[in-house]
Design a binder for this molecule. Structure first.
Ligand SMILES: NC(=O)c1ccc[n+]([C@@H]2O[C@H](COP(=O)([O-])OP(=O)(O)OC[C@H]3O[C@@H](n4cnc5c(N)ncnc54)[C@H](OP(=O)(O)O)[C@@H]3O)[C@@H](O)[C@H]2O)c1
Length: 167
């Protein structure tokens, strides 16, 4: 993975943290995307310590905000001219109904729309990088889900498991 540039969203915990660590271990330049500066910095330091890598970067963005996703893509593109692997991993289960600043149900916004928008904004650099990959981390919960678009923003009928499956 040497000389390859990888983005991992939600890279300070769980699957994202271990994915970022393993890519760094394999020699990749890893751009960690985290929503919290402190949690992101701590995870970056932990990865650097455990792998000895000096090519780990941190970008801060709350992926529930489409404005922040656009700023994230612009920051990345101003610093890097290739993208070998985009790992859309950040995800949530929301027990309570919540709308994002853009007015979308939060589970759908973070687990689905954010993946789509970030990929769309980075598509040109992905296409210009030979053999690039997009990995969307998802869940088996989709298997029993049926998307009801007109019900996504309704508070009264909200069920976290249904929203997660739909996302
Ligand atoms: N674990 C499982 O059993 C399982 C099963 C099926 C699918 N998945 C999927 O796998 C992915 C990772 O899950 P996980 O279990 O590793 O979860 P996790 O341990 O809860 O980690 C989720 C990561 O996403 C970040 N994140 C959440 N909302 C964000 C936002 N608005 N903006 C930016 N980052 C955000 C979290 O940041 P904070 O630390 O700041 O919250 C954290 O770094 C998710 O897409 C999930 O749906 C997991």
């Amino acid at each position: 993975m040497k000389d390859k540039v990888c983005i991992v969203t939600g890279a300070n915990a769980g699957i994202g943290l271990e994915t970022a660590r393993e890519l760094a271990q394999q020699g990749a330049t890893v751009v960690m995307v985290c929503r919290n500066q402190e949690r992101g910095s701590n995870a970056k330091a932990e990865i650097e310590k455990s792998t000895g890598s000096s090519t780990v970067h941190l970008l801060i963005a709350d992926l529930s905000s489409q404005k922040q996703i656009r700023e994230l893509a612009a920051s990345f593109l101003s610093a890097f001219d290739r993208l070998d692997v985009l790992v859309n991993n950040a995800g949530v289960f929301m027990p309570k109904h919540q709308l994002t600043e853009d007015g979308y149900e939060a589970t759908f916004a973070i687990n689905h729309l954010a993946y789509f928008l970030l990929t769309h904004l980075l598509l040109d650099v992905l296409k210009s990088t030979p053999h690039s990959r997009i990995v969307n981390v998802s869940s088996n919960a989709h298997q029993s889900a049926k998307i009801k678009f007109d019900a996504l923003e309704k508070v009264g009928s909200y069920n976290g498991y249904v929203a997660y499956g739909q996302s």
